[in-house]
Design a protein around this ligand. Structure first.
Ligand code: PLP
Length: 214
């Protein structure tokens, strides 16, 4: 089923949209099924699970950290992680700089912007975003590829669309000056709306691997 689900989603995606297969809580067999179908980009939201899966699975997988990242855990993933999606504070960015400098690596990241109305979701507002963008030259081991956001969990498609539209407008505004390339937004329930509103990287879990049992 995983192979079929993956093919079905990929058939809907325009060429410029990258798919992160979100494999959190799923066993390595499931990841291998997607891998053998040719998929290489996987997303996890827990550091320990990400590290374990990276050790067990093929080395040519691009691992993305999509969840909230604690500063004290940054060091465990810096040696191998391809992209960190949820950078939502300067303190976290500084820790990524420090750990990446130690091993002489430049770490790709996305800055997470708060676009949902729930106060439970992490992310920067525009002012905080600009403050960080303005000092990036001080952090040569961190490369900001773009922005990431999560819409409100809702059935209201208009609301979701307007949140994605807002993030897209920020992306377009800061793209020229900071050479942003990546706009990560859209999950199983809302990736089509996200793509209509400018997303070029979607993070899809349950529509590929099935519902998660926590
Ligand atoms: C779990 C998760 C996803 C995928 O969610 P699905 O609804 O299963 O597609 C996407 N992004 C983040 C940040 C997640 O934590």
């Amino acid at each position: 089923m995983i192979k079929e689900n993956l093919a079905k989603i990929k058939s809907k995606l325009p060429d410029h949209v990258n798919l992160v297969a979100v494999s959190k809580t799923k066993p390595k067999e499931d990841i291998l099924e997607a891998y053998h179908a040719g998929h290489r980009i996987f997303g996890e939201n827990k550091v320990q699970e990400l590290v374990e899966k990276h050790e067990l699975l093929p080395q040519d997988i691009d691992w993305h950290m999509i969840g909230h990242l604690q500063r004290n855990k940054v060091k465990y993933i810096i040696p191998f992680v391809a992209l960190i999606h949820g950078v939502d504070s300067l303190r976290l960015l500084k820790e990524i700089e420090k750990q990446s400098a130690k091993i002489n690596r430049v770490q790709n990241i996305l800055l997470q912007v708060h676009i949902a109305d729930e106060n439970t979701k992490f992310g920067l507002d525009e002012k905080e975003l600009v403050e960080i963008l303005n000092q990036l030259t001080e952090y040569p081991h961190v490369k900001v590829l773009g922005l990431m956001g999560m819409a409100t969990f809702s059935d209201d498609q208009q609301k979701i669309a307007s949140e994605f539209e807002y993030l897209h407008s920020l992306f377009l505004k800061y793209q020229p000056e900071y050479q942003l390339t990546t706009l990560s937004m859209g999950m199983s329930n809302d990736f089509e709306i996200a793509i209509q509103n400018g997303s070029n990287m979607i993070r899809v879990g349950s529509s590929i691997f099935g519902e998660r049992n926590y």
